[in-house]
Design a protein around this ligand. Sequence first.
Ligand code: ADP
Length: 731
Amino acid sequence: MSDQYVKVQVEQMKSFGEDAEKEGVDTEEQVPGSSPSASVSPDHPTGTDASSTSLPCKQTGKSRSKPGREDKRHTSDVASQGSVVSSEKNLNRLGYERTLQVKGTGKILQRKSEPNGNYVTIHTSKNIEEMRREEGFKLAKKRRPVTVDTSKAKTSLEALKISIKQLKWKEFPLGRRTACDIYWHGVSFHDNENIVSGQVNKFPGMIEMLRKINLSRAVRTMQELFPEEYDFYPRSWILPEEYQQFTTQIHMVKEKDATVNPTFIVKPDGGSQGDGIYLIRDPSDLKLMTGSQAKQGVVQEYIQKPLLIDKLKFDIRLYVLIKSLEPLEIYIAKEGLTRFCTELYQEPSQKNLSHVFMHLTNYSLNVHSGNFVHSDSQSTGSKRTLSSVLYRLAAKGVDIKRVWSDIIALVIKTVIAVVPELRVYYQADIPPGKPGPTCFQILGFDILLMKNLKPVLLEVNSNPSMRIEHEQEVAPGVFEYVPSPVDEEVKVGVIRDTLRLMDPGHKKPTVPQQRAGGFEQGEEIPMEEETQEKSQDETGTLPSLCLKQVYPKYSKQFNYLRLVERIAALFIRFLGVKGNMRLGPTAFRTFIRTCKLSGSNFTMASVDILYIDITRRWSGATPDSREAGMGLQAFVEAFFYLAVRRFKSLALREQVVSLLELCESQLGPQSGVEERRSLSCSRALPRTVKTQTPCLANPQLSSPAPLRRAASQDYRHQRFKPRSLRANVEN
Ligand code: ADP
C-alpha cells in the first residue's frame, strides 16, 4: 500500500499493567515488620459542586476510618485524576502495537509485535477514534496509582487516609523502601531524612519563619516599605529587645492623652494554642524573665473591637496552600473554620483581662469551658464553617465579597512577606543541581475580623491541626475520640484537593491568557471566577476543587510588593557556598564591589564597619545566633541603609527600588527573581509614602520599624570607629 492511501501510525501502547501489579505488592515493600495499612470506608463524596455556590467547598463524604484490606485494584477514576503518566521503561519492556489506518475509511489494520519480532494482524474493524477511546480507558484503568508515604503524618493521618482512599491512590503507612511520589510529614521537612525525589508537604524553614518573632519581623520589613498595604498586622514589639521602645511609647501616648488606655497581648515566641498568652494594660505587667532567662516573644496591640456573632468573639482559620515557591503559587481553601469564644465578649478592662474564654478564641482552651458546644452542624456550636458565618453576615447585609477580597489580599501579602527568607532556607536544604524533592505546604492563617469588617492577621500556623475527631467525655471521667463532622467537612477537602493539585501526573491548569495576572491594584478580587475552576476529576466522582488559585492569578495586583524577594535573590547569589545561609565579610565586600556601591565617600573600610555592626547586632537578636555571618534580615537592613545613603531625596521604597535596579544592572540578567521585569518603578511607587504604619486601634502608637531604619541611617557617619558607631545605632 502506498503512502497515498495508507497512513501509518505507530501507537505506542503504554501498558501499565506490569507496574500496577508491582504496586500491588506494597505490603512486601513496606518496612519489615509492618502490618497492612488501615484503610477507610469506600464512601465517596456525592460530588456537590462547590463552585456552584460562592464559597463553600462541600464535601459530603462522611467516611470514617475502619480497619480493613487495602483495595489493590485501581479503576478508571485513578487515571482520570490527571494526565496519563508515561513511563519510558514500560514502553520498551512491553510489546507495542502498530496500527494502519486506511485513509478515508476510518478503518484500521492493527498488528501486534510477537516475541520473534514479526507482527500479526489482530483486527481490522474499528475506527481510530473508537480505538483511542478504548485505549484511553485501558490506560486509565492501569495507570500507576500515586504513592503516598504517610508514616510521619501524625495527627493528619485520619484525614489523609480518607483523602487517599477517595482518590484511589496508594498509601504506605509504614514507609517504603523505594521512593514515593508524595511524603506527608506531620511536623517538618526533616521528618524523613534523605528524600531525593518526589514531593514533601513541608518547606524547609517554614516553622522557623512563622514563629511569632520572625513573622513580626518579616511583616515589619514590608511595613517599612509599604505601610498602607501592610496595615493588617497589629503593631508588635519584639521581646526582650524592644521592651524599652515599647514602654517609652506607651508612656508617651498616655502622657499625651490620659483617656487612652490601650490593651496589649503578650505571646511567647514558640507558643501555640494560646499557651502562655496574657493581656496587659501596663508595660510593668510584662513578665520578662523565665528564671534567669529573658523570655522571647512579642507584645502586640490588642484588637479591642472585634466583630461579634451571638455576642461572642470568633476568629477564622483559613487554609492556604503554597504549591510552589518558585514560581510562587498560592491557593486558598474556599471553606475554612471559625472558632468561637465561650464567654460573652466585653471590651478589655482590668477586671476581665484574665478571662481567657472571653478574649482567646483557641479551640484548645475553649473546649475546657463548660459552655463549649461541639458542633453537629456547620452553622452552630463553638466551631463552625467559614461559609456558614459569611452567609449569616451576608443575611445581615454585610458585603461579604469585600471581606473575602480583603482576606485574599491579606493572605497574598503575608506570603510575599515570608517568601524571601523561605527562599534562603530552600536553597540551603535543596541547593540547585542537587537531587532533592520539591515542596508544598498547607498553612493555617488565623484571622480576626474587626467590628468594621477589616481582617487582621493574628498568626500563621506552619502545622495547622488536621485532626478530624475530638475528645469527648462520653460518661463521667471517660473520654473518647469522636468524629467531628465540621472538621472532617473542611479538612478532608483541603488535604484531598491539595493532593489532587500535587498529583505528579496532573497537568498544570493554565490561567486563561487574558486573565493571567488578574486585577489591577485596588480592585476587588471576586469571590468566584466567572469561569469556574474546572474539576480535575474527569470521572465526576469528586467535587470541584475547594482550593482556589490566587497567585499568580492576581499577580498583577501584588507583584510590586515583591521587593524584598529581589534583595533575597542578590543575597543568595553572593552566599557562594552551597547550603550556606549567611554572608561572610568577604562575600559582603564582593557584593559591594560587584555592584559598584563603594567610592570615595563610602570606602571599603566603611563597608567593613557596616558589616560588623549590623551583623553583631542581629546575631544577638536572632534565635539561631550561634551561626556567624550576616543573615537575610541583617542584609536587608544593610541594603536599606545603602539605598537611603545613595538616593537621598527619595522615599524609602523608591530608594530601595533604585538601588535594586542599580545592582541588578551591574549583575546581568540572572540576578532578579522571576517577576523582576514586571516590577516597574511606577508600580512600585503608587502611593504617598508614610513613615509610620497606621495603627489598627490606637493611632497614637507608632511603629518600631522606622526606628530601626532611622538607626541604620547613622551609618552615614562611616568614618566613625565601630564602637561609637554601634552606640549610635543602638540609641
Ligand atoms: P497561639 O499560637 O498561641 O494560638 P495567637 O496569636 O493565635 O497564638 O493568639 C491566640 C488567640 O488570642 C487568638 O486566637 C485570638 O483569639 C487572640 N488574639 C491574638 N492576637 C490578638 C490581637 N492582636 N488582638 C485580639 N485578639 C488576639
